[in-house]
Design a protein around this ligand. Sequence first.
Ligand SMILES: [Zn+2]
Length: 277
Amino acid sequence: MIQDIKPHRLRNEYKHLSAEEGDTCLIYRDGKVLMKILDGEIFFPSFREIHGDVKKGIYGFSIDDRKLFLYMEPVEEREGYTYHNVNELRQALPREMAYAGVLGNHLNIWYQDNVYCGRCTSRLIHDTKERMLYCPECGNQIYPKICPAVIVCVNDGDKVLLTKYAGREYTKYALIAGFTEIGETVEETVSREVMEEVGIRVKNITYYKSQPWGFSGGLLMGFFCEADGDTALSIDTNELSVGEWADIERLKDMDDGVSLTREMMRVTYERWAKRQK
Ligand SMILES: [Zn+2]
């Protein structure tokens, strides 16, 4: 999956570090990231290349020993660096830099959305000990926003429940998905989302794996489950353009090495194929 960058290592613990001219800048504008692509590999600019003010860099994280800073001042395209849709990072190489770009996107949105205190409108200050913003006037503390969400693979014998989202850029087959609401467990999110989107009950809910999803600022949790009782689907057309029982055989070769959804499709196929022997 996109976060699997071994042998490289993400060091995401917060440090109060100052940038130097040669350090890497992550710069975002309207859902796009400033980078260049050379021989099929992506590169993010250094402060030197964009003539950036190192004092304005916000330390984000490191990949191995390479420090990456967010730079939130306006920067024009230059030196071959142009703005690319962050979705291009899904398949970009090298994988550790693609993941850095996605993670930076998540952080960038949080910093961008939290300049002023929501309680008293004073300008927030960056804490130096942890990744937190605080208000000098009223003491409000704001931590990074990570939204829990579930991905649900529903099985019924040789069938799997596939969906397509309504009104989204992503038009390939997906699984049921949705954000956790206040007051519920993630297992309850699973049951509720399946009921809301396709109108069936599920049983034997088992947790699989999770995935940080910096495109939307979510933390995705994958679950497998089985249809319980009546399997006739009643599709919520506001959420889905397609919802159907498909032969599990169709999930062959669906894994793209990027998303938890696709990995769960592969696992479903492998489990099914094993049962056929
Ligand atoms: Zn305040």
